[in-house]
Design a protein around this ligand. Structure first.
Ligand code: COA
Length: 579
């Protein structure tokens, strides 16, 4: 089917649908919803059989839905109508929720239903539900809607026909006044639920340390106590604030006051400055904590296998995160295990350098340089581990250098449904490092490596496996992947043949080093990165600024808007009889 994806941005859900539909042989193009005239141009050029809208922030123009079948993915159950659908569902602590694929009509979200899918809610952040349950349900519902579109005689169901009990209702957008926190009366679960409903956007406005700020990135704390509303501790970049019956860690803040600080999220301690630095540092070791707390690095061990978790906010790994993870890796390395499994976080494996930290630095070029060196040191440590088998288990999505960091492990697995963006060019033609020039061709071969880097498109875990980028796809949820990889790792650790395999790997590393030293790959990559960071072409700095400041798109990039290529234009003219 010829499908035009009309979307506010090429976000994780859109990327997943794009990759899944393309894999099924559909003819796809993408247009960002920037301007009605541009959308009209897109449908005229592409003449789609279907316009699919997975992520819109405004209504589709009347003349478009009246002429073209437009299906909208709404993150709510049938009958639910209006913006902030998922925010309300999380804030109200609902037990289950769903995604509906409905036909666009005059009233937003009120059109007839083509398909819908329910899922049980998890007490977690909106962003986590979005990239897991919502994405899976949306994919299932979209595929069912497409089947129905191809079948003859299917009539979408009017919303009025949906039985009570399975039906939502219209609602207004959620406002900051609905989200307001009262730390002196609300318990931990209430505070947490509200913060989770606002994460990763738009956060909750609040007063903290004498400033008006937006609060993001919350974690429950079961042991620390203090006067309700007071800041009571800090840990790395996060601060802990007491509630009436416990406490909540806040990992990130954004200033609300114009001209005061940076208008994007940063680690809470850095935003609060002295007010946070005066707080007692409550360190937590690497051993997995027995109670709920903020712990972005954790280690556990069983039957000869070590498991190292690293869950950094949004998968961003700045210089401190890379250094802390390297220190944790070295600690794990000292343990008598035969297999070491790296698990990233449940929602993100890694998205490479921390572009926000870089943007906020006195010298972004210098900070970029420090960050890539720290990242490379980490990758090198994984890559040159000679005495045990290393395994990367990607439970969540990964992008840019984060993908190559995973490829440094001996075996790489990913959850089914994970989307990988193993390329750097979208960030202002960044060349990239992380030893990718060694790691990628070694796995995928020279030709596929070139295609992956140039294409700039997301890859599904299954496609990455077919290309040889990763070794296997396992599990359909973050926990499922963890369990399946753990099962595999226990078997490997108990396998006497592992000793020989580890010895073979050592010999392979020696041979590769003789052929071309790892340092040479690093030096060559960094030579190009030096130009990106310190050279005359500012593309990387401009792209990073736009990314961090969320500058709205002014056009759809050509690698997505395929209908803008000459080949498509002539095909469309032929179809419409004007060519
Ligand atoms: N540094 C800082 N923040 C990052 C980040 C990074 N490297 N990668 C993602 N984020 C943040 C986004 O700003 C967004 O923040 P929000 O919670 O405030 O909205 C959040 O993580 C989710 O990212 P988003 O871009 O919305 O996710 P996506 O699924 O739509 O896209 C990527 C995934 C990987 C394609 C995209 O995030 C990306 O291009 N990241 C940058 C990768 C990169 O170039 N890294 C540097 C070179 S190694």
């Amino acid at each position: 089917m010829r499908i035009l994806i009309l979307t506010h941005a090429f976000n994780s859900l859109t990327q997943r649908l794009f990759a899944e539909l393309e894999r099924r042989g559909h003819d796809l193009s993408v247009e960002f919803d920037i301007n009605d005239g541009v959308t009209r141009e897109a449908v005229t050029a592409f003449r789609p059989e279907l316009v699919l809208a997975p992520f819109l922030k405004r209504a589709i123009p009347d003349d478009i839905w009246q002429h073209w079948l437009c299906l909208v993915v709404h993150p709510g159950i049938p009958g639910d109508r209006g913006p902030s659908a998922l925010d309300w569902a999380v804030q109200q602590g609902l037990d289950w929720w769903g995604v509906t694929v409905l036909q666009a009509e005059a009233e937003m979200d009120a059109g007839p239903i083509w398909a819908w899918e329910a899922f049980p809610m998890r007490p977690d952040r909106k962003s986590s539900l979005y990239c897991n349950e919502v994405t899976e349900a949306a994919l299932a519902a979209v595929l069912r809607a497409l089947q129905r579109r191809s079948a003859t005689g299917f009539q979408p169901r009017p919303q009025e026909g949906i039985e009570e009990g399975a039906r939502g209702s219209p609602h207004r957008p959620i406002r900051q006044t609905d989200r307001e926190l009262d730390w002196t009366t609300e318990d931990t679960e209430t505070v947490l639920r509200k913060l989770r409903a606002a994460d990763s956007q738009p956060g909750i406005r609040d007063r903290l340390g004498g400033q008006t700020l937006r609060l993001f990135d919350p974690y429950p704390e079961d042991e620390l106590r203090g006067p309700p509303g007071e800041l009571i501790a800090r840990r790395h970049g996060a601060v802990c604030r007491a509630t009436v019956d416990g406490a909540v860690w806040i990992g990130h803040l954004r200033t609300e006051e114009e001209g005061n600080g940076f208008p994007f999220k940063r680690p809470a301690v850095e935003v609060l400055g002295e007010a946070a630095r005066a707080l007692p540092e409550r360190a937590v070791g690497l051993k997995e904590a027995a109670h709920r707390t903020f712990q972005d690095l954790a280690y556990r061990e069983r039957d000869g296998v070590g498991f190292l978790y690293f869950a950094f906010y949004n998968g961003a790994m700045g210089t401190p995160e890379c250094e802390r993870l390297l220190a944790a890796y070295r600690q794990a390395w000292e343990r008598p295990t035969r297999v070491l499994v790296l698990l990233g976080g449940p929602d993100f494996w890694s998205n490479g350098l921390d572009l926000r930290r870089i943007e906020a630095a006195a010298s972004p070029a210098e900070e970029s340089w420090q960050n890539i060196q720290a990242m490379n040191d980490l990758v090198r440590a994984i890559l040159t581990t000679r005495d045990r088998l290393t395994v990367a288990a990607m439970r969540g999505n990964a992008g840019a250098g984060g993908v190559f960091m995973a490829l440094a492990a001996d075996r790489v697995f990913a959850r089914e449904g994970v989307v990988l963006n193993p390329h750097y060019k979208n960030m202002g033609n960044l060349y990239g490092s992380e030893y990718w020039t060694y790691l990628l061709p070694r796995r995928a071969g020279a030709n596929a490596s070139r295609t992956i880097m140039e294409r700039r498109l997301p890859l599904l875990a299954g496609e990455a496996m077919e290309l040889g980028l990763i070794d296997g796809v396992c599990g359909t949820s973050p926990t499922g992947t963890e369990n399946e990889v753990a099962h595999w790792a226990f078997q490997r650790a108990a396998d006497p043949a592992l000793t020989d395999d580890i010895a073979t790997k050592g010999r392979r590393l020696d041979a590769a080093e003789v052929e071309k030293p790892l340092d040479a790959y690093r030096a060559e990559e960094l030579e190009r990165m030096r130009l990106n960071f310190f050279g005359f072409d500012p593309s990387y700095h401009v792209a990073r600024y736009n990314f961090v400041h969320k500058v709205p798109h002014s056009r759809t990039p050509m690698y997505l808007a395929r209908h803008r290529s000459l080949r498509y234009r002539s095909k469309a003219a032929y179809r419409s009889g004007t060519g």
